[in-house]
Design a protein around this ligand. Sequence first.
Ligand SMILES: Nc1ncnc2c1ncn2[C@@H]1O[C@H](COP(=O)(O)OP(=O)(O)OP(=O)(O)O)[C@@H](O)[C@H]1O
Length: 283
Amino acid sequence: MAPFHPARLRPVRVTSLASVPLIELRNVSCGYGDRVILDGVNLKLERGKILALIGTSGGGKTTVLRLLGRQLRPLSGQVLFDGQDLAPLDLAGLYAVRRRMGMLFQFGALFTDLSVFENVAFPLREHTDLPEAMIRDLVLMKLNAVGLRGARDLLPSEISGGMARRVALARAIALDPDLVLYDEPFAGLDPISLGIAARLIRDLNDALGLTSVIVSHDLHETFQIADHVAMVANGRIVAQGSPDELRHSDDPLVRQFVGAEADGPVRFHQPARPVAEDFGVSA
Ligand SMILES: Nc1ncnc2c1ncn2[C@@H]1O[C@H](COP(=O)(O)OP(=O)(O)OP(=O)(O)O)[C@@H](O)[C@H]1O
């Protein structure tokens, strides 16, 4: 059971489905239009864990997040949240599921004309009828959890990028979600802010009993906080395991990616005509 944390509203759910993974992709294929992006993907994540999705650009990591939020439906296979197939849900069912998910997308996207306080209050005002006094307490608890209670009256333009990311995180957890989806939460942060943001994601995950999925290119920080890493490439999960297992993988694609090698199965050069032909020299 997660330790008590003042920012946690709900008691930890005691459920007979405790062994059911919080999220599961079963043999999922999906794409945009005629183009298949993911083909036969299987993935599971237990409650309380952090999953990192890594892989080459355009490989389909964000597409996995879209499947989990049902912004995208699979062509075949199933996407399950807490044991429930998302595909047949009507709008009310979908909203109920989405309320259990917090999302933090690239750069946080705060409302620029709302204060830090109002940014975090926004989902509470949108999705609940809580009285103002309770909204105030909840917002301040969430801001406290990310270390920014003292910044409540500032505008996004008056805080640093790292602070803005933490406000976005407070907003993502405002409704006490079960699952938090992070798309590039560290993009554009300096190394110190990046370290703070990564630690915060892990600490909040554990203190609030969350489950998290992180899409990130910052392998060093991501490997520090993830329980499970899945590498997405060429429409498939090409490798998955603990951060250590991926670090020591023999798979050439994983080695190239994790070892940041310029050449390997993913080639540096796009296929092209011979150099001699393009430069008019004899080989
Ligand atoms: N709305 C869309 N319509 C058509 N194609 C799309 C759409 N969104 C993404 N794609 C394509 O699907 C593929 C996978 O995209 P996705 O954003 O999931 O990759 P990614 O692994 O998250 O990439 P990156 O690391 O660059 O963010 C890419 O080739 C992209 O061009």
